[in-house]
Write a protein that binds this ligand. Structure first.
Ligand code: ADP
Length: 379
Protein backbone atom coordinates (compact mmCIF):
# COMPACT_ATOMS: atom_id res chain seq x y z
CA UNK A 1 0.00 0.00 0.00
CA UNK A 2 2.89 2.35 0.78
CA UNK A 3 4.32 1.79 -2.70
CA UNK A 4 0.94 2.53 -4.29
CA UNK A 5 0.65 5.62 -2.10
CA UNK A 6 4.04 6.93 -3.18
CA UNK A 7 3.25 6.14 -6.83
CA UNK A 8 0.06 8.19 -6.78
CA UNK A 9 1.67 11.35 -5.24
CA UNK A 10 1.73 14.07 -7.90
CA UNK A 11 5.11 15.21 -9.22
CA UNK A 12 4.99 18.72 -7.76
CA UNK A 13 4.87 17.18 -4.29
CA UNK A 14 8.22 15.47 -4.70
CA UNK A 15 10.63 16.40 -1.82
CA UNK A 16 13.16 17.85 -4.29
CA UNK A 17 10.54 20.24 -5.65
CA UNK A 18 9.73 21.08 -2.01
CA UNK A 19 13.38 22.04 -1.36
CA UNK A 20 13.35 24.30 -4.42
CA UNK A 21 10.14 25.98 -3.27
CA UNK A 22 11.47 26.38 0.27
CA UNK A 23 13.82 29.11 -1.04
CA UNK A 24 11.11 31.56 -2.28
CA UNK A 25 8.94 30.78 0.76
CA UNK A 26 11.73 31.68 3.16
CA UNK A 27 12.64 34.70 1.02
CA UNK A 28 9.07 35.92 1.17
CA UNK A 29 8.93 35.40 4.93
CA UNK A 30 12.19 37.27 5.57
CA UNK A 31 10.98 40.14 3.32
CA UNK A 32 7.86 40.25 5.47
CA UNK A 33 10.02 40.40 8.61
CA UNK A 34 12.09 43.27 7.19
CA UNK A 35 8.95 45.10 6.01
CA UNK A 36 7.31 44.76 9.39
CA UNK A 37 10.46 46.00 11.03
CA UNK A 38 10.35 49.08 8.86
CA UNK A 39 6.66 49.72 9.50
CA UNK A 40 6.46 48.91 13.20
CA UNK A 41 8.79 50.72 15.47
CA UNK A 42 9.26 48.14 18.24
CA UNK A 43 9.05 44.86 16.37
CA UNK A 44 9.82 41.80 18.53
CA UNK A 45 8.73 38.65 16.64
CA UNK A 46 10.89 38.16 13.58
CA UNK A 47 10.56 34.37 13.87
CA UNK A 48 6.76 34.26 13.35
CA UNK A 49 6.63 34.75 9.52
CA UNK A 50 9.50 32.27 9.16
CA UNK A 51 7.65 29.65 11.25
CA UNK A 52 4.69 30.22 8.94
CA UNK A 53 6.86 29.47 5.91
CA UNK A 54 8.23 26.31 7.59
CA UNK A 55 4.72 25.06 8.42
CA UNK A 56 3.53 25.69 4.84
CA UNK A 57 6.48 23.81 3.38
CA UNK A 58 5.92 20.95 5.87
CA UNK A 59 2.23 20.69 4.97
CA UNK A 60 2.88 20.68 1.25
CA UNK A 61 6.12 18.72 0.88
CA UNK A 62 6.70 16.93 4.17
CA UNK A 63 9.41 16.83 6.82
CA UNK A 64 12.57 16.81 4.60
CA UNK A 65 11.90 20.07 2.71
CA UNK A 66 10.59 21.63 5.96
CA UNK A 67 13.92 20.89 7.69
CA UNK A 68 15.65 22.51 4.75
CA UNK A 69 13.38 25.55 5.21
CA UNK A 70 14.42 25.65 8.92
CA UNK A 71 18.06 25.77 7.87
CA UNK A 72 17.43 28.51 5.32
CA UNK A 73 15.35 30.54 7.80
CA UNK A 74 18.05 30.26 10.47
CA UNK A 75 20.70 31.51 8.08
CA UNK A 76 18.46 34.30 6.72
CA UNK A 77 17.55 35.44 10.24
CA UNK A 78 21.18 35.45 11.18
CA UNK A 79 22.22 37.35 8.04
CA UNK A 80 19.47 39.99 8.01
CA UNK A 81 18.37 40.37 11.58
CA UNK A 82 21.05 39.54 14.10
CA UNK A 83 23.71 42.21 14.39
CA UNK A 84 26.20 42.64 12.89
CA UNK A 85 23.86 42.70 9.87
CA UNK A 86 24.88 41.42 6.45
CA UNK A 87 27.09 38.59 7.64
CA UNK A 88 26.77 35.06 9.00
CA UNK A 89 27.36 35.04 12.67
CA UNK A 90 25.90 31.72 13.64
CA UNK A 91 29.25 30.07 14.36
CA UNK A 92 30.10 32.67 17.01
CA UNK A 93 28.92 32.12 20.54
CA UNK A 94 26.45 35.02 21.13
CA UNK A 95 24.96 34.51 17.64
CA UNK A 96 24.53 30.77 18.23
CA UNK A 97 22.79 31.42 21.54
CA UNK A 98 20.35 33.90 19.98
CA UNK A 99 19.47 31.71 17.02
CA UNK A 100 19.43 28.30 18.79
CA UNK A 101 15.86 28.51 20.26
CA UNK A 102 14.49 29.47 16.83
CA UNK A 103 16.43 26.65 15.19
CA UNK A 104 15.22 24.00 17.70
CA UNK A 105 11.61 25.21 17.65
CA UNK A 106 11.75 25.22 13.84
CA UNK A 107 12.91 21.60 13.78
CA UNK A 108 10.13 20.51 16.18
CA UNK A 109 7.50 22.36 14.14
CA UNK A 110 8.83 20.95 10.84
CA UNK A 111 8.89 17.35 12.11
CA UNK A 112 5.48 17.46 13.80
CA UNK A 113 3.67 19.26 10.98
CA UNK A 114 5.30 17.13 8.26
CA UNK A 115 4.55 13.84 9.96
CA UNK A 116 1.01 14.73 10.90
CA UNK A 117 0.23 15.81 7.38
CA UNK A 118 1.83 12.67 5.92
CA UNK A 119 -0.18 10.49 8.34
CA UNK A 120 -3.38 12.35 7.42
CA UNK A 121 -2.76 11.87 3.71
CA UNK A 122 -1.86 8.21 4.19
CA UNK A 123 -5.05 7.64 6.18
CA UNK A 124 -7.05 9.36 3.46
CA UNK A 125 -5.39 7.20 0.85
CA UNK A 126 -6.07 4.04 2.88
CA UNK A 127 -9.71 5.07 3.18
CA UNK A 128 -9.95 5.54 -0.59
CA UNK A 129 -8.30 2.16 -1.13
CA UNK A 130 -10.74 0.54 1.28
CA UNK A 131 -13.68 2.15 -0.46
CA UNK A 132 -12.38 0.91 -3.82
CA UNK A 133 -12.06 -2.62 -2.40
CA UNK A 134 -15.55 -2.42 -0.92
CA UNK A 135 -16.94 -1.35 -4.31
CA UNK A 136 -15.05 -4.17 -6.00
CA UNK A 137 -16.42 -6.67 -3.47
CA UNK A 138 -19.93 -5.37 -3.93
CA UNK A 139 -19.62 -5.71 -7.69
CA UNK A 140 -18.23 -9.26 -7.39
CA UNK A 141 -21.01 -10.12 -5.00
CA UNK A 142 -23.60 -8.84 -7.46
CA UNK A 143 -22.02 -10.86 -10.26
CA UNK A 144 -21.96 -13.97 -8.08
CA UNK A 145 -25.62 -13.53 -7.22
CA UNK A 146 -26.48 -13.16 -10.90
CA UNK A 147 -24.42 -16.24 -11.77
CA UNK A 148 -26.17 -18.15 -9.02
CA UNK A 149 -29.57 -17.08 -10.28
CA UNK A 150 -28.59 -18.13 -13.80
CA UNK A 151 -27.45 -21.50 -12.47
CA UNK A 152 -30.77 -21.99 -10.63
CA UNK A 153 -32.66 -20.96 -13.75
CA UNK A 154 -30.64 -23.36 -15.87
CA UNK A 155 -31.15 -26.22 -13.40
CA UNK A 156 -34.86 -25.57 -13.26
CA UNK A 157 -35.22 -25.41 -17.09
CA UNK A 158 -33.03 -28.46 -17.66
CA UNK A 159 -34.99 -30.45 -15.06
CA UNK A 160 -38.29 -29.47 -16.66
CA UNK A 161 -37.02 -30.52 -20.07
CA UNK A 162 -35.69 -33.82 -18.73
CA UNK A 163 -38.82 -34.75 -16.83
CA UNK A 164 -41.04 -35.63 -19.83
CA UNK A 165 -38.59 -37.84 -21.77
CA UNK A 166 -37.54 -39.68 -18.61
CA UNK A 167 -41.17 -40.35 -17.67
CA UNK A 168 -41.85 -41.60 -21.21
CA UNK A 169 -38.81 -43.92 -21.21
CA UNK A 170 -39.77 -45.29 -17.80
CA UNK A 171 -43.42 -45.72 -18.83
CA UNK A 172 -42.43 -47.61 -21.97
CA UNK A 173 -40.03 -49.83 -20.05
CA UNK A 174 -42.72 -50.64 -17.49
CA UNK A 175 -45.28 -51.46 -20.22
CA UNK A 176 -42.81 -53.83 -21.84
CA UNK A 177 -41.95 -55.40 -18.49
CA UNK A 178 -45.64 -55.94 -17.77
CA UNK A 179 -46.09 -57.59 -21.16
CA UNK A 180 -43.11 -59.85 -20.61
CA UNK A 181 -44.31 -60.78 -17.16
CA UNK A 182 -47.51 -62.14 -18.73
CA UNK A 183 -45.49 -64.73 -20.68
CA UNK A 184 -45.14 -67.97 -18.79
CA UNK A 185 -41.72 -68.89 -20.04
CA UNK A 186 -39.28 -66.56 -21.75
CA UNK A 187 -36.84 -67.69 -24.43
CA UNK A 188 -33.16 -66.95 -23.58
CA UNK A 189 -32.82 -63.69 -25.54
CA UNK A 190 -36.08 -62.25 -24.14
CA UNK A 191 -34.87 -62.95 -20.65
CA UNK A 192 -31.85 -60.72 -21.41
CA UNK A 193 -34.26 -58.07 -22.68
CA UNK A 194 -36.16 -58.25 -19.39
CA UNK A 195 -32.95 -57.75 -17.41
CA UNK A 196 -32.12 -54.74 -19.59
CA UNK A 197 -35.63 -53.32 -19.11
CA UNK A 198 -35.38 -53.75 -15.35
CA UNK A 199 -32.12 -51.83 -15.36
CA UNK A 200 -33.74 -49.05 -17.44
CA UNK A 201 -36.61 -48.95 -14.95
CA UNK A 202 -34.24 -48.77 -11.98
CA UNK A 203 -32.01 -46.06 -13.46
CA UNK A 204 -34.89 -43.94 -14.75
CA UNK A 205 -36.40 -44.16 -11.25
CA UNK A 206 -33.16 -42.68 -9.89
CA UNK A 207 -33.18 -40.00 -12.57
CA UNK A 208 -36.80 -39.11 -11.80
CA UNK A 209 -35.91 -38.73 -8.12
CA UNK A 210 -32.99 -36.45 -9.04
CA UNK A 211 -35.08 -34.32 -11.39
CA UNK A 212 -37.79 -33.99 -8.74
CA UNK A 213 -35.23 -32.97 -6.13
CA UNK A 214 -33.70 -30.39 -8.49
CA UNK A 215 -37.10 -28.96 -9.32
CA UNK A 216 -38.00 -28.85 -5.65
CA UNK A 217 -34.80 -27.10 -4.71
CA UNK A 218 -34.96 -24.47 -7.43
CA UNK A 219 -38.64 -23.71 -6.87
CA UNK A 220 -38.10 -23.42 -3.17
CA UNK A 221 -35.03 -21.17 -3.51
CA UNK A 222 -36.78 -18.88 -5.95
CA UNK A 223 -39.77 -18.75 -3.60
CA UNK A 224 -42.11 -20.21 -6.21
CA UNK A 225 -43.46 -22.83 -3.85
CA UNK A 226 -45.74 -21.56 -1.13
CA UNK A 227 -45.99 -23.63 2.01
CA UNK A 228 -49.50 -25.01 2.45
CA UNK A 229 -49.78 -24.62 6.18
CA UNK A 230 -52.33 -26.58 8.16
CA UNK A 231 -52.63 -28.18 11.57
CA UNK A 232 -50.81 -31.48 11.52
CA UNK A 233 -49.84 -34.02 14.12
CA UNK A 234 -46.12 -34.78 13.91
CA UNK A 235 -46.81 -38.20 15.45
CA UNK A 236 -49.01 -39.20 12.48
CA UNK A 237 -46.36 -38.08 9.99
CA UNK A 238 -43.60 -39.99 11.77
CA UNK A 239 -45.53 -43.20 12.31
CA UNK A 240 -46.67 -43.46 8.68
CA UNK A 241 -43.16 -42.80 7.36
CA UNK A 242 -41.49 -45.15 9.79
CA UNK A 243 -44.01 -47.84 8.80
CA UNK A 244 -43.25 -47.29 5.08
CA UNK A 245 -39.49 -47.35 5.59
CA UNK A 246 -39.72 -50.53 7.67
CA UNK A 247 -41.55 -52.26 4.81
CA UNK A 248 -39.21 -50.93 2.12
CA UNK A 249 -35.92 -51.63 3.91
CA UNK A 250 -36.91 -54.48 6.23
CA UNK A 251 -34.84 -52.75 8.92
CA UNK A 252 -35.58 -52.24 12.60
CA UNK A 253 -36.75 -48.69 13.20
CA UNK A 254 -37.63 -47.77 16.78
CA UNK A 255 -40.11 -44.96 17.26
CA UNK A 256 -40.57 -43.02 20.48
CA UNK A 257 -43.33 -40.42 20.74
CA UNK A 258 -45.32 -38.64 23.46
CA UNK A 259 -48.82 -39.99 24.13
CA UNK A 260 -50.53 -36.66 23.42
CA UNK A 261 -50.83 -35.19 19.90
CA UNK A 262 -47.92 -32.96 18.82
CA UNK A 263 -49.65 -30.30 16.75
CA UNK A 264 -47.77 -28.02 14.39
CA UNK A 265 -48.95 -25.44 11.92
CA UNK A 266 -46.94 -26.78 9.00
CA UNK A 267 -46.96 -28.06 5.44
CA UNK A 268 -47.63 -31.77 6.06
CA UNK A 269 -46.28 -32.98 2.68
CA UNK A 270 -43.03 -31.06 3.10
CA UNK A 271 -42.63 -32.33 6.67
CA UNK A 272 -43.08 -35.88 5.37
CA UNK A 273 -40.32 -35.15 2.87
CA UNK A 274 -37.98 -34.08 5.71
CA UNK A 275 -38.68 -37.14 7.87
CA UNK A 276 -38.40 -39.49 4.87
CA UNK A 277 -35.05 -38.02 3.89
CA UNK A 278 -33.62 -38.28 7.39
CA UNK A 279 -34.87 -41.81 8.05
CA UNK A 280 -33.81 -43.12 4.62
CA UNK A 281 -30.34 -41.56 5.12
CA UNK A 282 -30.06 -43.21 8.55
CA UNK A 283 -30.89 -46.53 6.89
CA UNK A 284 -28.57 -45.93 3.96
CA UNK A 285 -25.54 -44.88 6.00
CA UNK A 286 -25.66 -47.52 8.77
CA UNK A 287 -25.12 -51.27 8.78
CA UNK A 288 -28.13 -53.53 8.03
CA UNK A 289 -28.25 -55.07 11.48
CA UNK A 290 -28.12 -51.77 13.38
CA UNK A 291 -31.47 -50.32 14.43
CA UNK A 292 -32.47 -46.74 13.60
CA UNK A 293 -34.16 -44.67 16.29
CA UNK A 294 -36.70 -41.93 15.66
CA UNK A 295 -38.08 -39.83 18.48
CA UNK A 296 -40.39 -36.87 18.82
CA UNK A 297 -40.40 -34.60 21.85
CA UNK A 298 -42.24 -31.44 22.73
CA UNK A 299 -40.34 -28.93 24.87
CA UNK A 300 -41.85 -25.57 25.88
CA UNK A 301 -42.65 -23.97 22.53
CA UNK A 302 -40.66 -26.27 20.27
CA UNK A 303 -40.99 -29.72 18.80
CA UNK A 304 -37.78 -31.68 18.42
CA UNK A 305 -37.45 -34.58 16.04
CA UNK A 306 -34.39 -36.82 16.36
CA UNK A 307 -33.23 -39.48 13.93
CA UNK A 308 -30.35 -41.56 15.25
CA UNK A 309 -28.30 -44.24 13.55
CA UNK A 310 -25.27 -46.29 14.53
CA UNK A 311 -23.44 -45.82 11.28
CA UNK A 312 -19.85 -44.77 10.84
CA UNK A 313 -20.60 -41.16 11.71
CA UNK A 314 -19.65 -37.87 10.09
CA UNK A 315 -16.36 -36.05 10.83
CA UNK A 316 -16.75 -32.62 12.47
CA UNK A 317 -15.52 -30.64 9.46
CA UNK A 318 -18.19 -32.22 7.25
CA UNK A 319 -21.13 -31.79 9.60
CA UNK A 320 -22.04 -28.32 8.30
CA UNK A 321 -21.12 -29.04 4.68
CA UNK A 322 -23.54 -31.97 4.34
CA UNK A 323 -26.40 -29.43 4.23
CA UNK A 324 -24.91 -27.77 1.13
CA UNK A 325 -26.35 -28.50 -2.28
CA UNK A 326 -24.59 -31.43 -4.02
CA UNK A 327 -22.21 -32.04 -1.11
CA UNK A 328 -21.47 -35.70 -0.51
CA UNK A 329 -18.91 -36.87 2.00
CA UNK A 330 -15.89 -38.67 0.52
CA UNK A 331 -16.97 -41.78 2.52
CA UNK A 332 -20.38 -41.77 0.85
CA UNK A 333 -18.70 -41.52 -2.53
CA UNK A 334 -16.24 -44.33 -1.92
CA UNK A 335 -18.84 -46.61 -0.28
CA UNK A 336 -20.82 -46.30 -3.55
CA UNK A 337 -23.98 -45.27 -1.75
CA UNK A 338 -26.29 -43.84 -4.37
CA UNK A 339 -27.32 -40.21 -4.00
CA UNK A 340 -26.81 -36.69 -5.29
CA UNK A 341 -26.25 -34.71 -2.15
CA UNK A 342 -29.56 -32.87 -2.44
CA UNK A 343 -31.72 -34.46 0.27
CA UNK A 344 -30.32 -32.58 3.28
CA UNK A 345 -30.17 -29.27 1.37
CA UNK A 346 -33.90 -29.65 0.65
CA UNK A 347 -34.59 -30.60 4.29
CA UNK A 348 -32.72 -27.48 5.46
CA UNK A 349 -34.74 -25.25 3.14
CA UNK A 350 -38.04 -26.74 4.25
CA UNK A 351 -37.21 -26.59 7.95
CA UNK A 352 -35.93 -23.01 7.74
CA UNK A 353 -38.98 -21.91 5.83
CA UNK A 354 -41.00 -23.20 8.78
CA UNK A 355 -38.90 -21.02 11.10
CA UNK A 356 -37.01 -24.01 12.49
CA UNK A 357 -33.47 -25.33 12.35
CA UNK A 358 -31.76 -28.58 11.48
CA UNK A 359 -28.36 -29.84 12.59
CA UNK A 360 -26.35 -32.94 13.06
CA UNK A 361 -24.36 -34.32 15.98
CA UNK A 362 -22.05 -37.15 15.22
CA UNK A 363 -18.92 -38.98 16.32
CA UNK A 364 -16.89 -41.00 13.90
CA UNK A 365 -17.38 -44.70 14.61
CA UNK A 366 -20.35 -44.12 16.92
CA UNK A 367 -23.13 -42.95 14.62
CA UNK A 368 -25.06 -39.78 13.89
CA UNK A 369 -28.12 -37.99 15.19
CA UNK A 370 -30.01 -35.48 13.07
CA UNK A 371 -32.11 -32.94 14.94
CA UNK A 372 -35.00 -30.88 13.60
CA UNK A 373 -36.37 -28.19 15.86
CA UNK A 374 -39.63 -26.50 14.89
CA UNK A 375 -41.43 -23.71 16.72
CA UNK A 376 -44.97 -24.38 17.88
CA UNK A 377 -46.69 -21.16 16.92
CA UNK A 378 -49.86 -20.06 15.21
CA UNK A 379 -48.92 -18.67 11.77
P1 ADP B 1 -27.29 -38.10 -0.49
O1 ADP B 1 -27.61 -39.02 0.65
O2 ADP B 1 -28.18 -38.27 -1.63
O3 ADP B 1 -25.85 -38.12 -0.84
P2 ADP B 1 -27.97 -36.00 1.35
O4 ADP B 1 -28.09 -34.55 1.12
O5 ADP B 1 -29.13 -36.70 1.92
O6 ADP B 1 -27.54 -36.61 -0.02
O7 ADP B 1 -26.73 -36.22 2.30
C1 ADP B 1 -25.54 -35.51 2.05
C2 ADP B 1 -24.34 -36.30 2.62
O8 ADP B 1 -24.43 -36.31 4.03
C3 ADP B 1 -24.33 -37.75 2.22
O9 ADP B 1 -23.68 -37.91 0.99
C4 ADP B 1 -23.57 -38.37 3.34
O10 ADP B 1 -22.21 -38.24 3.10
C5 ADP B 1 -23.90 -37.51 4.53
N1 ADP B 1 -24.95 -38.13 5.40
C6 ADP B 1 -26.26 -37.83 5.41
N2 ADP B 1 -26.91 -38.55 6.35
C7 ADP B 1 -25.96 -39.31 6.95
C8 ADP B 1 -25.97 -40.27 8.01
N3 ADP B 1 -27.11 -40.60 8.65
N4 ADP B 1 -24.82 -40.85 8.37
C9 ADP B 1 -23.66 -40.52 7.75
N5 ADP B 1 -23.57 -39.63 6.75
C10 ADP B 1 -24.71 -39.04 6.35
Amino acid sequence: MRKRYVAQISKWRHPLVGCLFAVPFVALAISLVLMEEMLIHDFYFPGAPLFLAIVLVALMWGTGPALFAVLLSTLALDYFYIPPFGQFDVANWPGTLQILPFFLAGIVIAVISGQREAARRRALFAEQELQAHANELEQTNRELKEANQLKDQFLSMASHELKTPITTIRGQAQVMLRRLSKQKELPGELSDVRTALEKIDEQTYRLTALVNDLLDLSSMRSGKIELRLSRCDVRDICSSIVENQRLLSERTIELEMPPAPVILNADGDRMEQVVTNLVSNAIKYSPNEAPVQVSVRQRDKVVVLEVHDSGQGIPKDQQKRIFETFYRSPDAETARKSGWGLGLAICKDIVERHGGCIWCESRVGEGSTFFVELPVKER
